[in-house]
Ligand binder design. Structure first.
Ligand SMILES: *[C@@H]1O[C@H](CO)[C@@H](O)[C@H](O)[C@H]1NC(C)=O
Ligand SMILES: *[C@@H]1O[C@H](CO)[C@@H](O)[C@H](O)[C@H]1NC(C)=O
Ligand SMILES: *[C@@H]1O[C@H](CO)[C@@H](O)[C@H](O)[C@H]1NC(C)=O
Length: 481
């Protein structure tokens, strides 16, 4: 346990602590009431026996028989058993055995016979490279569930696949929506619809006909739509489910929001800075930005910042996407900069933030609408700087702020970045507290809220017998319950 110096641990300790404190308090509460009843025969609220007076203590000290009987009565009384370690239980996930056209066929795997899933113990199908990888979350989560059957039972896992959906906390929908968008949104004549659109239609009819979906109205389902343009059609019908997204930029608030859904990091495209000993004085560039120019939406701020910063001699600010400029150049740039700008583009989020984290380049976030992964347990102020867009465009505001951060403060953030970078690492097999595990933990934290919604929606099921079940009608209704 000693090596778990993570927010996971902090959360774990404090929950465990609170849980045990609660148990202890309950114990003493009942214990004290026992004496109230004993000494007075009935509870009296303004009674001296409520106070820790000498009479009470003398009873305990002098009468061993009484003490033992008190303990016995307390042990046999109905104090609810509180499992202080309950949050160590992995999330139980049921995964649909959906036809391969929804998942691994989209990355080029060919199913043999009736096999729905590749045999990943023999060979793991590869996800398309390049910028596709930033949204590959679907792939890593699915692999993690597939491996749950044969992996080392002694390992620490945040999710385990169950094969009986009645025993599951959540139901996972293995649709590779981002690669479906990236690879198949072009219309191929003579077809009237793109393959991506057709797959989404198929997905909706597949899901809504499943027992599991009908049972919960989809509320306990997990649907991944990490690319901001993925699932554009299906999301309007699948929104009771929990989405895993990059941001909420293109979603109406009733379809996706921070209460219901989970924000997952992009997979960084810049390589991790392994054995980084490049501190404050070794990074000559003060502030680094490399990105595309956008003229629409929030993207206009990039140009405004460019004019404010272009004459600062230790600032690197250039336009052009990483694809053209080359990943190697961007890696060099971020590894040799103290601060890295993350400015809203055509969407509030971008992989640049996660490239900065992997480079241990302190992120400067200028994006009012951004939502950050695991922010309920992670304090981003410890390793990044957020600036409101309206402030950032004020003359000299940004550069003054950044120049005011000295070596000590910067080094604290740099050290923190090295500590937390593993939370943003997607890999197979997944490791403790990497991005895959952190996403499962974020989902697990939403499970009580799902159960609450589900139970509330089922209150009238008994009296509604004969009528159309409430649940099947709920997803299409306007009520965001
Ligand atoms: C699935 O789990 C439920 C609840 O634990 C149980 O009643 C049911 O029999 C199980 N079904 C199968 C096929 O094992
Ligand atoms: C990082 O440092 C460790 C321990 O000194 C060493 O074993 C490893 O090869 C280094 N890795 C790289 C990529 O330099
Ligand atoms: C978050 O981190 C910042 C910077 O270290 C600190 O000032 C703030 O108090 C922290 N917030 C919480 C809730 O711990």
């Amino acid at each position: 346990m000693a090596d778990r110096n993570s927010p996971h641990l902090v959360g774990f300790i404090s929950r465990k602590f609170l849980c045990c404190l609660f148990t202890l308090t309950t114990f003493f509460f009942i214990f004290s009431w026992f004496f109230v009843f004993r000494s007075t025969g009935q509870p009296q609220f303004i009674d001296h026996s409520l106070l820790p007076n000498s009479k009470l203590f003398s009873t305990i000290e002098n009468n061993e028989e009484t003490q033992t009987s008190v303990q016995n009565e307390i042990q046999s009384s109905s104090i609810p058993y509180l499992n202080c370690d309950s949050n160590k239980m992995p999330l139980k996930v049921f995964m649909y055995d959906m036809p391969p056209e929804f998942h691994f066929e989209l990355v080029g795997w060919k199913a043999e016979g009736d096999n729905v899933w590749p045999d990943i113990q023999t060979k793991i199908p590869e996800y398309p490279g390049g910028l596709n990888l930033q949204h590959s979350i679907e792939y890593w989560l699915t692999l993690d569930l597939l491996s749950s059957r044969f992996r080392d039972p002694k390992g620490v896992y945040s999710a385990v696949r169950v094969f009986n959906s009645s025993e599951a906390d959540v139901v996972f929908v293995p649709f590779f929506s981002s690669v479906s968008y990236n690879r198949h949104s072009k219309l191929v004549r003579p077809q009237k619809k793109s393959h991506n659109k057709l797959l989404q239609e198929k997905l909706v009819s597949y899901l809504t006909s499943q027992e599991e979906w009908k049972r919960s109205g989809g509320r306990d389902h997990i649907v991944i739509a990490h690319h901001p343009n993925s699932m554009l059609d299906a999301r309007m019908q699948l929104w009771p489910a929990m989405f895993i997204l990059s941001d909420f930029g293109r979603y109406p608030p009733n379809v996706a929001n921070v209460e219901k859904d989970v924000i997952a990091p992009y997979r960084h495209v810049i390589g991790s800075f392994i054995n980084d000993s490049s501190g404050f004085d070794d990074r000559p560039t003060l502030l680094y930005f490399q990105g595309a120019i956008y003229r629409k939406d929030g993207g206009i701020i990039r140009q405004e910042l460019y004019y404010l910063l272009k004459d600062e001699k230790d600032v690197h600010f250039s336009f052009g996407s990483i694809q053209k400029g080359g990943i190697r150049e961007a890696t060099k740039g971020m590894h040799s900069s103290k601060f890295c700008l993350n400015i809203a583009g055509d969407t509030p989020s971008s992989n640049r933030l996660f490239d900065a984290i992997a480079s241990h380049c302190v992120p400067v976030i200028i994006s009012d609408e951004i939502e950050l992964p695991y922010e309920d347990i992670l304090n981003y102020s410890e390793f990044s700087i957020s600036v409101r867009m309206s402030d950032a465009v004020k003359e000299n505001f940004l550069i003054k702020l950044i120049r005011s951060i000295g070596k000590d403060e910067w080094t604290r953030m740099w050290n923190k970045l090295k500590e937390i970078e593993r939370f943003f690492e997607y890999q197979y097999p997944s490791q403790q507290d990497d991005a895959v595990q952190m996403i499962w933990q974020a989902v697990a934290r939403k499970v009580p809220a799902i159960k609450l919604k589900l139970h509330r929606s089922q209150r009238f099921d008994r009296s509604d017998v004969g009528r159309e079940r409430t649940l099947t009608s709920v997803p299409w209704s306007k009520h965001n319950s």
